[in-house]
Write a protein that binds this ligand. Sequence first.
Ligand SMILES: [Mn+2]
Length: 451
Amino acid sequence: MEETNFIKRQNNLLSAIEEGIVIIPGAGLRQKSHDTEFPFRQNSDFKYFTGFNEPDATLVLKKSKEGAVESHLFLQEKNPEMEMWTGIRLGSEKAPEVLPVDHAYPNHEFSKRLPELFRNHQNLYYNFFNQDLQKSVTKTLQSLGGKRKEKFHSPLHWHHLSPLIGMLRLRKDKNEILAMKQAANLTNIGHRAAMALAKPGVNEKEIDQLLNYLFSQENGEGTAYDSIVAGGKNALILHYINNNQILNDGDLVLIDAGAQVNTYAGDVTRTFPVNGKYTQAQKDLYQVVLDSQKLAMGHMKIGATLKEIHTSTCQALLKSMMDAQILKGSFDELWEKDAYRAYYPHGTGHWLGLDVHDQSPYLDDDLNEITLDEGMVFTCEPGLYFPEGDSNIPKEWQGMGIRIEDDILITQSGPENLTRSIPKEVKEVEDACNEDIRSILEKLSSPSLLS
Ligand SMILES: [Mn+2]
């Protein structure tokens, strides 16, 4: 596998602008409690253009009217005393050798050098919602504004950068797809192990921790987002992350969890019986959701839109709820008033990539839906959530929440389900639930499990 071509990514961005200066800050550390921080998580845009994983760095790209481009990086300076506490820093001297940048400087030079970098550019591209950056930009422009008699341009035309980068991140290149496939493989292991470990009396948190452990195997970076391990009616809470209740015999458990590899996310949901065997009522409802997911996948073709896929999924779920007498009336009337939303309130899919909800637009500049194309990755995740005490719902389905989610890559030859190895058919899931967790953990050292 060839190395990621970050310079090509930077050039792709610069070719979308005529002239100007682009500022892309990395993430900093966030305080967790006094003197301690959360584990570092790089800003996705910064990572996309640099591959650099240290906190407190900033990328500045420049493009002249004539088309000449330059890249500048600000980063933490070497500091043996600090490095003894928090780890080795690359430093500005080494950075241009190993990173895709022409020049590098220590962070303390940022405010001093920024006015010089701004000079003679007319356009400025940055994320308007980054308040720290907004302050530096304003301060720099104020300092340049004081020299009104000098003959130079300053970048007074501001452009919000995020949509431009979002468009580039929409189509994944070979290396991105490879990372996402590796994340899918680890996610497969995690979900299979969860199915094997779950049984009445096991706490949701045991499964939560097992997932994190398994997602950290090989080049895994743990969970891409806080896992949802929701036994019984906890599945009705869409973003349930407490994960601290005992799993009960006869209940389902919904697990929404994905591994992260090279900052790329997997995002998969499975809903399976705690005791390893679906009841007839559980099986019936599970099959409704599974059928709607398969129907959705049938619409995933180049040229289709996520909105079309969502609409057809909602219509299928609405029909199923009409068949079950949960929703009563004519189809048109129920569709008109979004009656399905009470039980299916979320979307059928979202872009997936460096962010689990990848920061790419859903509409183009003319407000038309973005159409699916080769290299785009997104989720397919229909679900049904039936509250307790809702008299429209058959008693045996009350308190039940079911979601099934896979990660889909669009290719020339059709949709590729990256997470197809994770058990999903009723029989496959029941078989996986009856696997011995110890044998799964023993097999972990086997390379075939991760390939
Ligand atoms: Mn999702």
